[in-house]
Design a protein around this ligand. Structure first.
Ligand code: PMP
Length: 421
């Protein structure tokens, strides 16, 4: 069966035909045959330079040889034990040695679980109920954080099935707006357990914190006894060996990780100051658990991946990012387009928006319909990016110069098609 036929089949028995909503792009998503290095191959015989990279985890590209070989070895020794392993200590050490805020770590099975647990612990630590998130930030699909962006502090659930009672303690403010947060903290400060944030907002495209904003957040949270949580599910091990907190030089109280930490297998983690982490069961009264948490397969994939990520690795990877971004800027100039290329490190995106995007409301003003024309043309040119204006594109170490040159040419052609030039 080809992708179109598989999608028809799939829709009959899987809601929307996919296991996660963003994958269901129109007219139908390609079905994957395999991934190899910088490329993903569909069942219809097409290959694509992959800049989706499973939405971020595959920093070494698909099926990295060392990871595959270590995993094959581990598979023969079992896939789940329900008992601790030495590799969990090794991986914890890798995390602690890299992430500035990490003094202790607990592994979970996804980024969603990591943020859900970190919030519970922050609430347990502060004995406060309210939490603050930023409009448009995504911290996974659990009930505390699926709160409508752009609704101020109205706390409306963003999905049916979430009781208002659950989200009434979730307050939202616009990103990069010191005044709005200061006002909220003046009013609610003593009831706020934590501020959870994507340091770089990768779930509305790619929005960086303004100069001084992270320092402001660090100061105001310290002054008000609020736990500052950096959700580094995307940026952890992506922007630098120590994540966005190393990149920007601001250390939070807690950090959530996912994606790269599991080396392409399902995993998340939360880490932070010892005095906070010691509250987690069985040491303390904050319950957190998981049958597959710290399973030997994900842990091995994480270890085999992190071992390859040293400073030289990031220098070389980020150079590829600079190459791509400067070429995109040149194309935008050459075609005289009023759109805004963004990105840093090995992350990139183009806002179909003439203005600088600094928060969710501004991102929403982008021409996301035209973006989809660009996306579909990129696919025809053999380049795969996430099918949304509000996701980020990635580069892996497996991308070679010839891949990036292909991407640049595909972007030129696709922008021309999208803008009917
Ligand atoms: N936090 C952020 C910043 C994310 O980007 C994501 C997933 N894209 C999550 C949390 C949730 O992670 P997962 O999908 O592994 O549950």
């Amino acid at each position: 069966m080809n992708s179109q036929e598989l999608f028809e089949e799939s829709k009959k028995i899987i809601p929307g035909g996919v296991s996660s909503p963003v994958r269901a792009f129109k007219p139908y998503p390609f079905f994957v045959a395999k991934g190899e290095g910088s490329h993903i191959y569909d069942v219809d015989g097409n290959s694509y330079v992959d800049h989706c990279l499973a939405y971020g985890p595959l920093i070494l590209g698909h099926a990295d040889k060392t990871v595959v070989s270590d995993l094959t070895n581990q598979l023969t020794m079992g896939t789940a034990y329900g008992a601790p392993t030495e590799n969990e200590i090794k991986l914890s050490r890798e995390v602690i040695n890299r992430i500035p805020s990490a003094e202790m770590v607990r592994f979970t099975n996804s980024g969603t679980e990591a943020t859900m647990s970190a919030i519970r612990i922050a609430r347990g630590f502060t004995k406060r109920d309210k939490i603050v998130k930023f409009e448009g930030a995504y911290h996974g699909a659990h009930d505390y954080c699926l709160v409508k962006g752009g609704s101020g502090a109205a706390c409306l659930p963003d999905s049916l099935g979430i009781p208002l009672d659950t989200t009434k303690n979730t307050l939202t403010v616009p990103f990069n707006d010191e005044e709005a947060l200061t006002e909220l903290i003046e009013k609610e400060g003593e009831n706020i357990a934590c501020i959870i944030m994507e340091v770089v907002m990768g779930n509305i495209g790619c929005v960086e914190p303004k100069d001084g904003y992270l320092e402001f957040l660090r100061k105001i949270t310290e002054e008000n006894g609020i736990v500052l949580i950096f959700d580094e599910v995307i940026t952890g091990f992506r922007l630098a060996t120590g994540g966005a907190q190393e990149y920007y030089g601001v250390t939070p109280d807690m950090t959530t990780l996912g994606k790269i930490v599991g080396g392409g297998l399902p995993m998340g983690a939360f880490c932070g100051k010892k005095e906070i982490m010691e509250l987690v069961a069985p040491n303390g009264p904050v319950y957190q658990a998981g049958t597959f948490s710290g399973n030997p397969i994900s842990v091995q994939a994480g270890l085999s991946t992190l071992k390859q990520l040293n400073n030289d690795f990031y220098t070389s990877l980020n150079k590829k990012g600079e190459f791509l971004r400067s070429n995109i800027c040149d194309i935008v100039d050459e075609l005289s387009l009023d759109i805004s290329p963004v990105g840093l490190g090995s992350m990139f995106q183009i806002y179909f928006n003439p203005n600088e995007v600094t928060n969710y409301a501004e991102a929403q003003e982008s021409d996301s319909e035209r973006f989809l024309v660009y996306f579909r043309q990129l696919l025809k040119e053999g380049v795969f990016i996430p099918p949304s204006q509000f996701e980020c594109n990635f580069i892996s170490s497996a991308h070679k110069m010839e891949d990036l040159e292909k991407t640049v040419n595909a972007i030129r052609k696709s922008l021309k098609v999208a803008f009917e030039l």
